[in-house]
Ligand binder design. Structure first.
Ligand code: NAD
Ligand code: UGA
Length: 456
């Protein structure tokens, strides 16, 4: 079996490689990163990311055939297959700023691989990349008079945070794209054999390189589009007394539509949806396809609208002033079961509440450290309190921004009793029992259902 190296020990590199190592004991897997703290954390009892079930997967293989290291060059040199799983954020400068992918980390890896390799290698794009990136990478890898052959494959990752272990253990599909040449097909089969150790072969899809690259961006765009679509309907529900939960259920039972990804919310967050859609927009524009670009951009515009609409709703219902009011924000992670706060809707909500001079108390079971780093400019308006009961004490309003299961189980009577009156509860995730909360005395707002009020 081949030796594997993975460059990038983040949310994708760490879990995916741990799963390969666990499932393929004969494959040696070394994950490398320039971030020494991250590498040390992967080798400790306190993993650098919170992901249910991940500890057991890492423990099963760590030191056996799974290694973490900062020695990038050695790991590349030793490997037959090099996965590249570095970050590909949205570019913040120059041409395409705010839209295009920043490929500098990817290209640095390609240059490093070329520099230190002494044998032929398969290079696997694990990061999410613009379609046709492999072409540019091949040019970098094969530049000069290097005699070594690099075969580039695209193997995009579809795991979702919070369910990464289950997604990796039992994926809907694994996608591998390669060139339709003999060497491309040989490389592709080598990678297929690795996944086939635990994934049924009919779930391992093989395509050409460009289809694999584009399928990843397309999958994220379609998923995000569903969230924006139901969120658009949620605004109309509030205007018409329709209930977005009932509408979602009614349409989701149509097997052509399906029930998943129809939960109205304050908006989608996470490091990828927005970044990948904007990347798709940029690609369309690059190819002169303005209408497709405008179509996809609207998914992000709708998401921005939904986040801002939530804050406006809070403000308007709280008598158009929240200055000096205490607002407890329950949940800061972009979704439940992760400590990740990248592009979390909570960031915008807190910033906009702060611009109205509210005092914000942020609470989250796993994301407090990241939350503290996200809003340094608001330090004098934000307090951090892990205990949700303490966070809500003396608050004028509670806003639930992450769908943590524990928030369903809170003693809301206790919370209500400790709050200022009238006590507002804004459910940004439509996850609580709104009738029961209303009966307790709360003023209850939920997305796509509007406000239930005792006030005349
Ligand atoms: P991340 O920021 O958590 O991890 C990337 C890691 O790469 C960092 O630890 C960084 O230090 C390291 N790195 C950067 N340049 C390096 C270099 N030259 N040499 C060695 N290490 C280097 O990012 P992530 O969330 O793991 O995402 C990685 C890629 O996977 C992105 O393209 C993303 O779009 C894609 N993706 C992410 C998810 C997810 O759930 N987070 C899911 C599917 C796909
Ligand atoms: C998403 C995709 O689901 C993964 O397949 C993909 O690999 C990954 O992006 C990526 O490329 O990074 P992730 O962002 O981790 O995964 O989480 P999701 O479960 O997709 O949720 C994204 C956001 O949409 C969250 O803020 C979530 O709360 C929100 N959401 C999701 C809704 O508001 N409503 C829904 O019905 C579903």
């Amino acid at each position: 079996m081949p030796k594997i190296c993975c460059i990038g020990a983040g949310y994708v590199g760490g879990p995916t490689m741990a799963m390969i190592a666990k499932k393929c004991p004969e494959v040696q897997v070394t994950v490398v990163d320039i971030n020494a703290d991250r590498i040390a954390a992967w080798q400790s009892d306190d993993l650098p990311i919170y992901e249910p079930g991940l500890d057991e997967v890492v423990k099963a293989a760590l030191g056996r055939n799974l290694f973490f290291s900062t020695d990038v060059d050695q790991a590349i040199m030793d490997a037959d297959i090099v996965f590249v799983s570095v970050n590909t954020p949205t570019k913040t400068f120059g041409e395409g700023a705010g839209c295009a992918s920043d490929l500098q980390y990817w290209e640095l890896c390609a240059r490093r691989i070329k520099e230190v390799s002494t044998s032929d290698k398969i290079i696997v794009e694990k990061s999410t990349l613009p379609v046709r990136t492999a072409e540019a990478m091949e040019r970098v890898l094969h530049s000069g008079d290097n005699p070594i052959h690099f075969e580039v494959l695209s193997n995009p990752e579809f795991l979702a945070e919070g369910t990464a272990v289950a997604d990796l253990e039992n994926p809907d599909r694994v996608l591998i794209g390669g060139h339709e040449t003999p060497s491309g097909q040989k490389a592709l089969q080598t990678l297929v054999e690795v996944y086939a150790q635990w994934i049924p072969r009919d779930r391992i899809l093989t395509t050409n390189l460009w289809s694999a690259e584009l399928s990843k961006l397309t999958a994220n765009a379609f998923l995000a589009q569903r969230v924006s679509s139901i969120n658009a309907i949620s605004a109309l529900c509030e205007a018409t007394e329709a209930d977005v939960g009932e509408v979602a259920h009614a349409i989701g039972t149509d097997s052509r539509i399906g029930s998943k990804f129809l939960k109205a919310s304050i908006g989608f967050g996470g490091s990828c949806f927005k970044k990948d859609i904007l990347n798709l927009v940029y690609l369309c524009e690059t190819y002169g396809l303005q209408e497709p670009a405008d179509y996809w951009r609207q998914v992000v515009t709708m998401n921005d609208y939904q986040e801002t609409r939530f804050v406006k709703t809070m403000l308007h219902n709280m008598f158009n002033t929240i200055a000096n009011k205490r607002i407890a924000v329950l949940g800061f992670a972009f979704k439940a079961d992760t400590g990740d706060t990248r592009e979390s809707p909570a960031i915008r909500v807190c910033r906009e509440l702060a611009s109205e001079h509210a005092t914000i108390i942020v609470s989250d079971p796993e994301a407090m450290e990241n939350a503290k780093l996200d809003m340094p400019e608001l330090a004098d308006q934000i307090e951090f309190e892990e205990d949700p009961y303490k966070a809500a004490k003396d608050a004028h309003a509670v806003a639930v921004l992450t769908d943590w299961k524990l928030y369903k189980e809170l003693d809301f009577q206790r919370i209500y009793d400790s709050m200022q009156k009238p006590a507002f509860l804004f459910d940004g995730r439509n996850m609580l029992d709104h009738n029961a909360l209303f009966e307790m005395g709360f003023e209850v707002y939920s997305i796509g259902k509007g406000l239930k009020t005792h006030l005349k």
